[in-house]
Design a protein around this ligand. Sequence first.
Ligand code: SF4
Length: 73
Amino acid sequence: MNDKFAASCGQCRYFTATDALNGNCHRYPPVFAGDSSPRETHHWRFPMLSAHAWCGEFAPLHFDQISSSGITI
Ligand code: SF4
């Protein structure tokens, strides 16, 4: 996949936007984010990243499907 813009987090099915430029990756469960907060729910977070970032786990929002007659739908 050479078109990095088309493969960016903002175009990935695992991305959830938190604002116009950033969001969280939900590809995997939350990761340990430190225990400085007394609240347990603050200790685990989905990774925060730019909508323009990307990684090798990218998955497009929509997958083309091929019908039984070979037509892309
Ligand atoms: S491209 Fe990678 S880091 Fe970005 S949202 Fe998708 S899986 Fe997460």
